[in-house]
Design a binder for this molecule. Sequence first.
Ligand SMILES: Cc1cc2nc3c(=O)[nH]c(=O)nc-3n(C[C@H](O)[C@H](O)[C@H](O)COP(=O)(O)OP(=O)(O)OC[C@H]3O[C@@H](n4cnc5c(N)ncnc54)[C@H](O)[C@@H]3O)c2cc1C
Ligand code: SF4
Length: 380
Amino acid sequence: MDKEKMENELKRCLGCKISFCQKGCPLGVSPHDFIKLALEGNYVEAQKVIREKNPLAETCGLVCPDSFCQKTCIRAKKDSAVAIPCLQAMICKKVPSEKLALPSKNNKKIAIIGGGPAGLGACFELLKNGFSVVIFEKENKLGGAVRLIPDYRLPKDVLDKEIDYITKNDRVEVRLNSKVDNFVELEKEFDGVIIAVGEQDCRKLGIEGEEHSVQYKEVLLDVKAHCCQKVLVVGGGEVALDCAVSLKKNGAKEVYMAVRRRRDDMRIMKKDFEFLDANGIIIKDLCSVLKIKKNGESLDLTIIKNEINEEGKARAIIGSDENWSGFDKVVIAMGADCSDLFKNLEMIKCGDMTGNAGTVVEAIASGVNGARLLIDKFKE
Ligand SMILES: Cc1cc2nc3c(=O)[nH]c(=O)nc-3n(C[C@H](O)[C@H](O)[C@H](O)COP(=O)(O)OP(=O)(O)OC[C@H]3O[C@@H](n4cnc5c(N)ncnc54)[C@H](O)[C@@H]3O)c2cc1C
Ligand code: SF4
């Protein structure tokens, strides 16, 4: 969006008396207020309104789906919702964040396990309340699953800059390459512990020959290494879309998506269908992979067709098996789960691992809420 388009988009806001858009934001950011300030040319205050509630504001502006502020924006009823996330990203890009303002320090130190959006959201809220924090992260960088979002949607320097905004101060110690196995032990060492480990166990198909496939995490961490002639991506959500488009953009010749339900049931945004078509991705809907067989250097697949039954569920059509041949790669992109080991811990948990988040903004909000629960305990 260029300057002129941005100004036109700002002007589309109706300045409603009731901020419906704010109600749609899991973090309670008020588009009504920041748009008003931006229209007055006061971008410094506009970004303050955003960043005081959302520490990963530009990141969210680039990746938030249309199911939050845009869904509740009243303008959607008239013609189309104001492009709020895009405006948020542009305002934050225009005015770089200042140093995080910290209140006077209390003597409490909290351990956060997991440095994704939930852990970072918890850190942000604890810092604003005078706490010190140690973040334990098993990987060599903070950011969690956000690092898997392809660069064409989220340049990683935006994420890095916002992570620095939260963590580059004398109240935060980041311990990278530090996988925590004993959570309870940490409770003895720290004044409190918050767990935000996300969903680590990639979902499997449970079919014969699955060992010949690769998981989406592997592919998205190094797309170039997985590029080849003919690929099948199994899954119908945003993760599958990211794999398919990234592979195509990086040189894969033929990219197919195998989707269990109908094309219209895919868990992606409307605009993503156009994006898939524009990138030449071929969607094979109402089908499931039954078997993967290695045939020399390539992979042959047994596929079964599905139908949607009276209850709206996908059901295999007996006898409809087909053979698809000549694939170089099969990517399983059906998301991930959190292991029961983590879920059953009786400690403060937040983010995707709770099953109540699934987007960056929800994970941050969950982290903020987790931190507030802990902060309240000190007030008792
Ligand atoms: C490909 C892809 C595309 C996505 N696209 C979007 C999008 O467009 N918009 C959107 O809003 N959301 C998107 N998401 C979802 C979003 O990234 C997640 O909802 C969010 O990252 C969840 O945050 P979290 O902090 O709960 O978990 P995570 O981001 O998974 O972070 C958990 C962190 O904990 C660390 N950890 C795990 N176990 C341990 C341990 N034992 N010790 C120490 N550290 C540990 C992990 O390494 C990780 O860094 C996407 C996700 C993927 C995978
Ligand atoms: S609901 Fe939409 S139109 Fe109304 S103030 Fe919010 S952004 Fe503007």
